[in-house]
Design a protein around this ligand. Structure first.
Ligand SMILES: [Zn+2]
Length: 404
């Protein structure tokens, strides 16, 4: 019960923090905000994003409570025993069954919250264009994808743990590092098409602009694709993904529909900026470093678990809940650092966008339009930025263009 109380505590604390921050915005910042946005837009963005911060807190609290309860009650051992009965003398099957059941239970537990946040709330704010059947199809596809990716991954981990219960994290980092590289390469052609249809950019003028920008940045751009995002959302977006032959820049059709050629040029210049600074490679490198540290700590925690009551041995499949708990807590603790790195990359790409396009006016217009169409929190609380923001808040991005 203490665990549930702690989880509820985390949730209430975040509620309180959101409340406190809403009332404490400086006057001069508010004036700057009102130069670009109406008071209505600010209130609406705050209400939409405020709910998202709370959903994040609630989801984290539920995740924490679920894995804690699973680890420190007989539930984990019961599932382990059941999996062992089904698997017979095949340790890989016992791990597979345990992992599949744990994932399924977790996803079903989160389903009401995810339906509320991902479907009902998006419709309430007029952001979603997707029907309920479509939304559940996406949910099912996502779950299936998780199963397909997770089961070989945990089997690989447990193969290493069985071989060397102390130093398994070293080969595991190597193995999973290769998997990260493979996924970064294949995701644009294998995973992304499960959710969107991609077509080559049709606008010849825009294509010519991209080539000019890329030449200016001194890099090659092979593919610029358009994604049919409007089937799901009115939100606008663009991103770079893949490497080598799968490298591409993707623009949402929602963005193409409502932006002028000059604004699209700024967006493309930002994406070219990511390429110029090798952000994909740096991201892969940091993920592998994080994996090394995370698995190293997980190895210590599993040994601790085996020395006490919960686990029979570090390679006991019942330790999967403890492993998941450890990695989840670590990812939560390092979230501010991960997002600080991401915001640094975004700032670099923004500077590149300004430099390559040379169009401050279009840059500001893009930032304002994106914030409007995605219902951004124009004046986000500082804690939310530090904890959750992968991009700098819109006023900070605009300020970059206004510096002399
Ligand atoms: Zn970016």
């Amino acid at each position: 019960m203490r665990i549930v109380a702690a989880a509820i505590g985390v949730f209430c604390l975040s509620l309180l923090l959101t409340g406190v921050s809403l009332g404490s915005i400086g006057v001069s910042v508010k004036e700057t905000a009102l130069r670009y946005f109406t008071a209505d837009e600010i209130v609406r963005g705050k209400s939409y994003m405020g709910g998202r911060y709370l959903l994040f807190a609630a989801r984290s609290a539920v995740t924490l409570a679920f894995f804690l309860l699973f680890t420190f009650t007989p539930a984990s051992r019961a599932l382990r025993d059941l999996s062992a009965v089904w698997a017979g003398h095949r340790p890989w099957l016992a791990v597979t069954l345990y992992a599949a059941c744990l994932l399924l239970l977790y996803r079903i537990l989160l389903l009401p919250m995810d339906t509320y946040g991902g479907y009902l709330r998006e419709h309430a704010y007029g952001l979603s264009t997707q029907g309920l059947v479509g939304w559940f199809t996406d949910w099912g596809k996502g779950l299936l994808l998780q199963v397909v990716l997770l089961l070989p991954t945990v089997n690989l981990l447990y193969l290493f743990i069985r071989r060397d219960p102390v130093r398994w994290f070293l080969p595991a980092t190597g193995g999973l590092g290769c998997l990260i590289l493979l996924l970064t390469f294949l995701a644009p052609v294998l995973i992304d098409p499960l959710f969107h249809t991609f077509t080559p950019l049709r606008d010849a003028d825009l294509k010519a602009r991209v080539m000019r920008l890329a030449a200016r940045a001194g890099i090659a751009v092979e593919q610029v694709l358009e994604a049919d995002a409007s089937r799901r959302t009115v939100k606008a977006n663009a991103y770079v993904t893949g490497f080598g032959r799968t490298r591409r820049i993707v623009l949402y059709d929602t963005l193409l529909e409502r932006s002028s050629p000059e604004e699209l040029e700024v967006v493309l210049a930002h994406e070219i900026g990511h390429r110029k600074y090798h952000h994909i490679w740096k991201g892969v490198g940091l993920s592998i470093l994080g994996l090394f540290l995370g698995l190293g700590i997980a190895a210590l925690v599993l040994r601790w678990g085996a020395a006490r009551d919960p686990l029979a041995h570090p390679a006991d499949p019942a330790g999967l809940a403890l492993l998941a708990l450890t990695l989840f807590v670590l990812s939560l603790l390092t979230l501010p650092l991960q997002n600080a790195v991401s915001r640094h990359f975004e700032r670099q790409a923004d500077l590149a966008a300004l430099e390559l396009s040379g169009n401050r006016e279009a840059y500001v217009k893009v930032e304002v339009d994106l914030a409007r169409s995605n219902l951004a929190d124009i004046l986000p609380p500082r804690w939310a930025v530090l904890l959750l923001y992968t991009h700098p808040p819109v006023l900070e991005r605009i300020a970059v263009a206004e510096e002399p």
